[in-house]
Design a protein around this ligand. Structure first.
Ligand SMILES: *Cc1c(COP(=O)(O)O)cnc(C)c1O
Ligand SMILES: [Zn+2]
Length: 502
């Protein structure tokens, strides 16, 4: 649809103009700072920042109903900058002109209802939202589209040049950062730091393929993060971890999409997400709060944050029911198949504490919950999901395990519908499936393969066949006929199929 074909009352709104007055605000000391300079932490107290729109009140002047129509009509436009997360421009990054938007196909990921078998197993109606169908195959692309669009805007204005973008990663941040930075070649070069052997081969190949400088560091993600923090405080680099508040803005699109997908009816919805560095749950809470504030939704969905027992500092924090007695204790993360969430000291913890309180206050009741699951459950649920038509990564399995636990713990009611996040594509983490099937998952994971879920290939070399085809020696004539007949017979026998009646 061309913008001119929008209804008359929406014509001036359908293609957004730059607006808003974005500022950084420190969650520690409330310091406010302009966005002209890229800030990652508060210059005064070192606290984490979030970005706020000082002009947000203007957005409230548009009735919720009108916003629904704006977003719905925008969905039909063919303008690339509005095809991704900037469909919600006014709420994602209103200062960014559309010609600075970097769009690589992120966002608007499929929402797929689980089949009856899987819903029955989980004990509740639910959908997967497949964030693994983003361009670098994880939800991190949402945040990178935002961060890199902003950097691109600074470059276009002449406020930045020859940017060196840097991040630490459990694998997916670096894949996304390297991809988006490579699109802005030659203005941006990217550098990624990975914990040696703690990312999957697929994840390692991604930034290499995008041309980033890749450094492997001994230790775990938390160690890489310390090095990157030091680099960003000491050298002139652009930090692309979720400490960068622009990342959070972009990831809020996940909530906006759920709102639009479910016709803005969220009172009976439950959004389930895995927690690692806690950037994603931060963005999801913040996104729903914004839409509530602007009157676009009328109630906040429940949110369930899931952690593996091997990396559960956020869960542990909220175990203490008395708010005043809670104390955050970073931990040493143990090996987890939900490897991208294997983080013991989440950078966004202060954001989580701030937003959980606000979220529950606005809802007038507890709406954010935290669940812990076992490694065994993560793996078994991931495999079970995928045997029922999904493409869930291990973190998607973690969400489903968390959902099933929440149903058992009666945190959820049978009238509710869950939307659970498969944060990456199954293929990125298929090595864990391979080890599960082969029975060689290292014991530290504490996972015993369930024989019913194991699946392995069978090599077929039927008896009575003397020659088998090969690349150098293809079979012909009778030899080929014999090979085909015997091989087919062997397969038919193994899977128990009856012959056609002639
Ligand atoms: C980064 C990541 C997570 C954890 O998200 P946080 O924002 O760090 O909490 C979960 N799953 C996947 C696949 C990820 O890449
Ligand atoms: Zn501060």
């Amino acid at each position: 649809m061309i913008p001119g074909n929008a209804p008359d009352d929406l014509k001036s709104r359908i293609v957004p103009e730059p607006g808003g007055r974005l500022i950084y605000r420190c969650l520690g000391c409330n310091l406010e700072a302009g966005i002209e300079e890229l800030l990652y932490t508060c210059p005064k107290c070192g606290g984490v920042l979030l970005i706020y729109d000082d002009d947000f009140a203007k957005l409230r002047q548009t009735p919720g109903e009108t916003w629904h129509r704006i977003f719905d009509y925008r969905k039909m436009l063919t303008i690339p900058a509005l095809k991704g997360i900037y469909r919600y421009h006014e709420f994602i990054g209103p200062v960014i002109p559309l010609d600075a938007v970097v769009y690589l196909g992120e966002g608007h990921t499929p929402v797929v209802e689980a089949n009856a078998t899987l819903q029955e197993k989980a004990g509740i109606r639910f959908y997967y939202k497949n964030d693994g169908q983003n361009p670098s195959a994880s939800f991190k692309d949402r945040g990178m589209a935002s961060a890199l669009s902003y950097i691109n805007f600074l470059i276009q204005k002449g406020l930045a040049s020859d940017v060196l973008a840097i991040c630490a990663s459990t694998g997916d941040t670096s894949a996304a950062a390297a991809l988006y930075a490579s699109y802005l070649t030659p203005h941006i070069k990217s550098v990624v730091l990975l914990p040696h052997k703690k990312v999957t081969p697929q994840q390692l190949s991604q930034p290499l393929g995008s041309g980033a400088s890749v450094f492997e560091i001994p230790g775990v993600f938390d160690d890489c993060m310390k090095v990157v923090e030091h680099l960003s405080e000491t050298y002139n680099v652009a930090l692309l971890n979720s400490k960068n508040a622009w990342r959070i803005l972009g990831q809020e699109s996940y909530s906006f999409e759920i709102a639009q997908e479910f016709e803005y009816e969220l009172g009976d919805k439950v959004v389930v997400v895995p927690i690692g560095n806690a950037g994603n749950i931060t963005a999801i809470m913040s996104g729903f709060i914004k839409f509530l504030d602007a009157g676009i939704i009328e109630s906040l969905p429940k949110i369930i944050g899931v952690q593996s027992a091997h990396a559960n500092p956020v869960y542990n924090y909220y175990l203490e029911p008395d708010r005043k007695k809670r104390k955050f204790v970073p931990m040493a993360a143990k090996p987890s198949v939900a490897q991208a969430a294997m983080i013991g000291n989440p950078v966004s913890m202060p954001r989580v504490i701030h937003l959980v309180e606000m979220y529950n206050r606005l809802a007038g009741q507890q709406r954010v919950f935290f669940i812990e699951v076992k490694e065994q459950e993560i793996m078994d649920w991931a495999l079970t999901a995928n045997r029922n038509g999904h493409i869930a990564c291990t973190h998607g399995g973690e969400c489903l395990a968390g959902l099933a636990s929440a149903v058992k713990a009666q945190i959820l009611e049978s009238t509710e519908t869950a939307i659970i996040d498969s944060t990456a594509h199954a293929l990125k983490f298929s090595g864990f499936q391979d080890m599960y099937f082969a029975g060689n998952l290292p014991p530290e994971y504490g996972i015993l393969p369930n024989p019913e879920l194991i699946n392995r290939p069978t090599m077929i070399q039927p008896e009575g066949v003397t020659r088998f085809p090969s690349h150098q020696n293809p079979l012909v004539g009778e030899e080929l006929d014999l090979f085909v007949r015997k091989t087919a017979q062997d397969i038919a026998g193994r899977v128990g199929i009856a012959k056609r009646s002639q």
